[in-house]
Design a protein around this ligand. Sequence first.
Ligand SMILES: Cc1ncc(COP(=O)(O)O)c(C=O)c1O
Length: 466
Amino acid sequence: MHIVLPNAFDLAPTLQHGQNRKRNPRITSADHVLSLIHAKILSERVVDLPVQFSQMGQRLSEPVITQLMTSALADPEMLSLAAGFTDNSWLPKALVGKAAARLTSDTSDPETLQYGTNQGRHSLRKAICCLVSSHAGEDATRFHPEQVFLTQGSQQALYLAMQVLCDPGDIVLVEEPTYFVFMEMLAGLGIEARAIPYSSKTGIDFEKFGDLIDVLQSEGDWNRVSAVYLESYFSNPSSRSLSTEAKVGLAECLQARGCLLPIIEDAAYRDLYYQTPWPAESTLSMPAFSGFPVLYLGTFDKPFASGLKSGFGICNHKEWISNMLHAKGHQDFGSSNFVQALLEDIVDTEDYGIYVSGLRTHYESKAALVQEVLEAEGLTRKGWRWENPSGGLYFWLEGPEELDTSIGSDFCEACLANKVLYVPGDLCFAGRQPRNCVRLSFGVLLGDRLEEAVRRFARTAKAFSE
Ligand SMILES: Cc1ncc(COP(=O)(O)O)c(C=O)c1O
């Protein structure tokens, strides 16, 4: 394609230093000048012809998280409690550096820099079986390397699962609240999300859940229901976990109606417990789910290094895993072999365990700081409620019932004006849409900046809850 670069003279006034620069208040930094150049290049590269997109192409819109992150990056004063990033100050530079040096030493086998296999490195798959089955209550006989596949983050595994299970118009059952990026994925694929009713006592309101299945069946919609998506460990956004009783109850509810649906159990935050691991075993090990197709999802991004973008699925159903691997073959025919080799080199060492354990303590102290500021600001006296997390990266807050925290609301605008970002809770609900909830993420900000961000949020919240 012929690319027309901007004429240097078009940009000359903006590029000049001295007087011109002073006269134009918009030119404040080299970054700004560069962004003008990029904008110019882009505007001249844009082809303005109509393109007929697929139905999916037409359905897609910019993910909310991208918008939130763009606003955070565009304004250095903005403090973000929105993005679910991990903590830069704790990223395992030394561990990864040493492993990379070993893998690229003169005597090392260069195969790690070659394409790998579609399913992923066998030794890493074995190590993953050991890692997951080492959690209390897991049945090690249910974990086999043949059932494991490596992906570009667990997000890719989730996408593969949806691609091979669902057609547009299908329904996936999700918790309330649930992972909002997954909800956006469903919307993009034309899949509908329906909420599994929540109970603060039992995690799932079984009576209402039974009613939901009955209604879907009696109205002839049940054949569109393709899967259940659960986040059972320190979930995003609520930091709640599902008890063994809740999971067994869910299995029984479905089984009693002859509905052995595929179960997707997303355990992205399982290793990020603060003091004790969540005691419930995974659905892969639970006898109550033995008749169900189960896909368990894990990741190295949250408990290790998000920049490695490496996750995995473990699936107990032969045809389901084959189909996902076929789809993966079409997408990338294998995730990064080098990243997998790095992880293979690291995960079964003592150093990995020490690292993850230090990270847990670090996040625990950050969670304590958030809690301290929220309490010191007296938010509870203004009608706000939350549960302090015992793992994960999030606080889930419920404001006074009449408060609207959704995008574009006065509250949201006030937070933006006060230079703090959060995730509006309504994005995380499939059915009824309470608008008074908020997710605060404390993964990325540190010390004073974290404290300041939570204070800005709390003060805005108080002002709206008088
Ligand atoms: C619940 C949940 N699942 C999956 C993912 C995907 O993570 P990754 O692709 O980095 O493994 C995330 C990321 O934030 C998440 O919060």
